[in-house]
Write a protein that binds this ligand. Structure first.
Ligand code: UD1
Length: 352
């Protein structure tokens, strides 16, 4: 059986590190397509190197652009590949423009779509990722849910057929890579264990609104009086800070380039807490036993908020919440037991 998998952005590379390997182990012929949405060395290639991911068979070279440009170019270029490869299944991950474009090309060619990380829902409904999630789920045949909340979300929307609770492949990856986490950055930056906060901010609703972005940076200025702040900065966030003339707020923060997976998790593991709007890091911090202050009006990983592991925050509450919220202990099983990738491969391999 032949599967074409579509990746394009950072959160998909890390998932591919688990699922791709499991598919090949299960005997699938596996073709990997990179849309080229992320292209800087430290946004793309570094993940393939440090996680030993198979080199893509195709790179569509889509690059940056408006949503229509990114999605449209992917549709046009991917269709050619799918027509040539004639896969039995097309597999997509998460909620990026590569996800929705991959699903749409396959569904129109009547090829079953497998969606890994199906059923996630969150406000605001008009955020690009939410639009991508809803559309992709609608046209997928296999809906692989990372949490029971995701299963319930799909049920509410009338989707029960083809829905599986497999757990989260990010947890598989965390366990698989644990012995390789890279702690050297803490040494290079002379960081004390539990003595610093890690920050990542890249969502459009946080970066593209000047007032919101300024408030986030003001909060970091308060925090840095008490704790070191390490901020691996996404290229879009860096550009917006410059455009809005907010560079003065970065004084005293440790601003560094985006990190590869092993260095990022190493940094998180020795940190005190996180401030983030990343979907992946909200859970990776929890796997590492750390609390994340999530700068979002809502999150798809709501279990972690309900269980008082993470906390949602508006920009102006970040420092208050960071210094006052207590954290509950790690609870096993919320996102599966670390065997999600092999379960996905097994389900896809079952005769219908
Ligand atoms: C995308 C995903 C988001 C995911 C994130 C991880 C969508 C709609 N969003 O958002 O779900 O959490 O990836 O990072 O697909 N840029 C570079 N070099 C790169 C890549 C991007 O400089 O290698 C800059 C460009 O200026 C670009 C901007 O970053 O315009 C935004 O990149 P883009 O891929 O459009 O969206 P992300 O915010 O990364």
């Amino acid at each position: 059986m032949k599967i074409v998998t579509i990746v394009g952005a950072r959160p998909q590379f890390v998932k591919e590190a688990v699922v791709g390997e499991e598919l090949r182990k299960a005997g699938f012929e596996h073709v990997l397509v990179h849309t080229g949405q992320h292209y800087d060395y430290n946004m793309s290639e570094v993940f393939f190197n440090c996680l030993d991911i198979k080199e893509p068979d195709y790179n569509l070279g889509v690059g940056s652009g408006t949503h229509a440009v990114q999605t449209g170019l992917t549709l046009i270029r991917l269709e050619e590949v799918i027509l040539k490869e004639k896969p039995d299944i097309v597999l997509v991950y998460g909620d990026t423009n590569a996800t929705v474009a991959g699903a749409l090309v396959a569904a129109k060619l009547k090829i079953p779509v497998a969606h890994v990380e199906a059923g996630m829902r969150q406000e605001p409904r008009d955020m690009p990722e939410e639009i991508n999630r809803v559309l992709t789920d609608r046209i997928s045949t296999f809906l692989f849910c990372p949490s029971q909340t995701a299963v319930k979300n799909l049920k509410k929307e009338g989707m029960e057929k083809g829905v599986w609770f497999t757990g989260d492949v990010m947890y598989d990856l965390y366990l698989k890579m644990e012995k390789h986490f890279d702690y050297s950055l803490a040494e290079q930056l002379d960081l004390e264990e539990n003595g610093y906060v890690v920050v990542t901010i890249h969502r459009d609703f946080n970066t593209d609104n000047r007032d919101r972005l300024e408030e986030i940076l003001k909060q970091l200025r308060i925090i840095v009086k008490y704790k070191r702040v390490i901020f691996p900065i996404h290229p879009r966030t860096r550009r917006r800070i410059k455009e809005f003339g907010l560079e003065n707020h970065l004084e005293n923060l440790d601003i560094i380039d985006p990190l590869d997976y092993l260095s990022m998790i190493g940094l998180v593991k020795h940190s005190w807490k996180l401030i983030t709007d990343s979907g992946g890091l909200q859970k990776e911090s929890y796997f590492a036993g750390k609390q994340a202050v999530v700068v979002m009006p809502d999150t798809g990983w709501i279990e972690l908020v309900q269980k008082k592991i993470n906390a949602l925050s508006e920009p102006d509450q970040i420092s208050d919440i960071l210094f006052t919220a207590s954290i509950n202990q790690f609870e096993k099983g919320i996102y599966g037991l670390g065997d999600s990738g092999s379960r996905i491969a097994a389900i896809l391999g079952e005769p219908e």
